[in-house]
Design a binder for this molecule. Structure first.
Ligand code: NAP
Length: 302
């Protein structure tokens, strides 16, 4: 059996086109576009490349985008003041502070300083609470879990009544996606099990899963024989396992592997995400969707 490939790059394009059309329509009707500020502290190369991608995507969608780069030695006080400025800025609907921050800055304080109604990353405790309550309370689902749910829904996988097993309990992936899948409603209503390093029978739990979501950060953790035939497998893991020379650019690039043995798993699963090109492309897309939603809420059209 060869699984259906869940192509995150194609699904991203589909969603970006939908957002682009909505932005155009809102601009015509209301004279407003979503405003997103990305705050980058220091010059960590990975952060610079993530922020660049976010800015390019916002730009392509016709957002009002502000790029605010700050030196790595900015004081915590000055960063909090900057966030306060954007909290009060009417043209800004989403505030994104690129993490991680330098060690002298308390990340929690910074996240807590963002107006929850502009917290498009969905990391503020108010938004974590809204996610837990679910339904109409949910405002900004965190971007990677939101992307995972979109992939499942757009692949046409039945979630209602499905056994969902989530491997990993991080605050940015495992806990929120587990919470989202157990809510009542479309793309959810599942029976959810969350497993981690304290779990006794990881293999046994995985074998029961109709939908297996793996976010452990351990290359090849999930063996093909742990996969229920026909299951939907979402591999969130992005693990650098070496380097190679890119055929396109001639430059050194990382060799990436997921948490699932893809080549063997695709012969057993019903549908599966590749790494790269599965969950990865969805995260920034969902950030854009959250920023658009923030504007829509403000205009009373969400
Ligand atoms: P994390 O904070 O390191 O959490 C990993 C979780 O996996 C922990 O809860 C850990 O359990 C669990 N785990 C680790 N080894 C395990 C094992 N052998 N058996 C069972 N559970 C195990 O990682 P994260 O931030 O959630 O990220 C997970 C992976 O997803 C990483 O590879 C990351 O790069 C990737 N990721 C991708 C995207 C994207 O594509 N957009 C976004 C975010 C993350 P304990 O809690 O018991 O330690």
């Amino acid at each position: 059996m060869t699984a259906k490939l869940i192509n995150g790059t194609e699904i991203r394009e589909e969603i970006l086109k939908e957002i682009e059309a909505e932005v155009k329509e809102i601009k015509e009707k209301h004279g407003k576009v979503p405003g997103l500020v990305t705050i980058l502290v220091g010059e960590n190369p990975a952060s610079v490349s993530y922020v660049t991608l976010k800015i390019q995507t916002a730009h392509r969608l016709g957002f009002h985008e502000v790029q605010d780069s700050q030196p790595g030695d900015i004081s915590e006080e000055a960063l909090l003041a900057l966030i306060d400025k954007y909290n009060k800025d009417d043209a800004i609907n989403g505030i994104l502070v690129q993490l991680p921050l330098p060690k002298h800055i308390d990340e929690k304080k910074v996240i807590n300083a963002i107006d929850p109604d502009k917290d498009v990353d969905g990391f503020h405790p108010v938004n974590v609470g809204r996610l837990m309550i679910g339904g109409s309370e949910l405002k900004f689902p965190p971007c990677t879990p939101a992307g995972i749910q979109e992939l499942i829904v757009r692949t046409g996988v039945e979630t209602s009544g499905a056994e969902v097993v989530v491997v990993g309990r991080s605050n940015i992936v495992g806990k929120p996606i587990a919470n989202m899948m157990l809510q009542k409603g479309k793309g959810a209503n599942s029976t959810v099990t969350l497993v981690h390093t304290g779990t006794k029978d990881l293999e046994g739990h995985c074998k029961r899963a109709d939908i297996l979501i793996v976010a452990a950060g351990v290359p090849g953790l999930v063996k093909p024989e742990w996969i229920k035939p026909g299951a939907c497998v979402i591999d969130v893991g992005v693990n650098r396992v070496g380097e190679k020379i890119s055929e396109k650019t001639g430059k050194k690039v990382a060799i990436l592997r997921g948490d699932v043995d893809f080549d063997a798993a695709k012969e057993i699963a019903g549908s599966i995400t590749p790494v790269p090109g599965g969950v990865g492309p969805m995260t920034i897309t969902m950030l854009m969707k959250n920023t658009l939603k923030s504007l829509k809420v403000k205009l009373g059209i969400a």
